[in-house]
Structures are given as C-alpha cells and as structure tokens.
Design a protein around this ligand. Structure first.
Ligand code: GRF
Length: 203
C-alpha cells in the first residue's frame, strides 16, 4: 500500500506514520511527502527516512483551482493508494476532494463536530470543556466535516494552557493516525454514502 503524506509544518504525525511503517507487519510504506512550504520541518523528517519529497508552493499559482490541479498531478506521480493530510494547512477544491474520495483522510485536533477550523485548543479551554481530543475523518467537500473514523479523548485540566492541552492531544494523534492509515491500507475501511465503514460495520 503506497501512502502519500501532505504537510505544511513540523510533521510529528508524519513521523508517527513513518515510525509505524518500520514495523514488519505494517501493511504500507510512505512513498512520498509533499509540502506547500519549503521550510516545513517534516521535509527533513522525510529526507532522514529516505523518502522522496516534493515542494509545491501555492504562491506560484494564481488561483486555488490552478494550485490544486498541479497538486493532484504532483501527488499522482507517486501513484498513492492512500493520501494523508497531516497538518496540511490548505483548503482543498471540490475537484481535488472528489479525485481522492474514499482514500483521503485528515486529522483534526478536536472532537468533531465540535470546533471545526483553527485554534481548537484555546476554544475548548474558553468554553470550559472538561474533555477535548482529536478526530481522524474522511475528507469531503465540507471543511472538517467529513465522516469521522476514529476519535481519542483527553481530559482538560484546570489552568491548562493551550500549549499544554495541544501536547496532550498530540500524543493521541500519534497513536490513532497510524492505526487509521493501517485500516485503509488493509482495505478494511471505506467511505460509502458519506459514511465511514470499518469491516462492513458503519462507524
Ligand atoms: C495537528 O495538530 C493536526 O491535528 C492538525 O495539524 C497539526 C499537525 O501537526 N491538523 P504535525 O505537523 O503533525 O506535528
């Protein structure tokens, strides 16, 4: 199973997937990493693991459509079975989302449908929530709105800062994302009628 990971930043989730792939019984390999930012630290992580990288800056394209067309072409050169968004900070066009429908997943640091968008940790603190977490979901045309595959919860403690809470959530991200990618690689996880199905059972 050929895994392609899209990043914009530090790439700790990318690292968790790279590390999971080292296990002999993991059913896939990261064949490429693509970033829209040349200085993303995740590109170094990929290079350290001898994984091919591509940088494609959105600043070189006049429209979102033109960028996403070029992005699709760059991704498809790797012939991926699974496309993983791991901190890729771009809104994707409907054409892009449709092209990878069912094999495109994202990780979002909240318990969706709560807190779509940015600053999720601070928003959970400001709301006085006593639990928070992370969701892995199929990507559809609705931003952070596709069917949820797996979530992990963490407690919110009194006096937590957003950074402390983010660190707690990140630990869970690194646990659940490699697991979901594994299920996709194994063909156990599908999206049917905008619902996530694992082993023929709706989630
Ligand atoms: C994570 O918090 C993820 O949930 C969000 O972007 C961040 C990426 O972190 N979508 P990293 O680059 O994997 O460290």
């Amino acid at each position: 199973c050929r895994i392609l990971v899209l990043i914009s930043g530090s790439g700790t989730n990318l690292q968790a997937i790279i590390d999971a792939c080292k296990s002999p019984d993991y059913p896939g390999q990261v064949v490429g990493v693509l970033s829209n930012k040349a200085d993303a630290y995740g590109l170094e992580r990929a290079a350290n693991a001898n994984i091919a990288t591509t940088t494609l800056s959105h600043r070189d394209f006049a429209t979102r459509e033109a960028y996403d067309d070029a992005l699709m072409a760059a991704i498809d050169k790797y012939q991926p079975d699974v496309v993983v968004l791991a901190g890729f900070m771009r809104i994707l066009t409907p054409a892009f989302v449709q092209h990878y429908q069912g094999r495109l997943v994202n990780i979002h640091p909240s318990l969706l449908p709560k807190y779509q968008g940015l600053n999720t940790h601070q928003r959970a603190i400001d709301a006085g929530d006593d639990e928070h977490g992370v969701s892995v979901h199929f990507v559809t045309e609705e931003l952070d709105g596709g069917p949820v595959i797996l979530q992990a919860k963490v407690p919110v403690f009194e006096n937590d800062t957003a950074d402390e809470l983010a660190a707690r959530v990140h630990e869970q991200e690194h646990r659940i994302y490699p697991l979901v990618v594994k299920w996709l690689c194994q063909g156990r996880l599908k999206m049917v009628d905008e619902k996530a199905i694992l082993d023929d059972t709706p989630l």
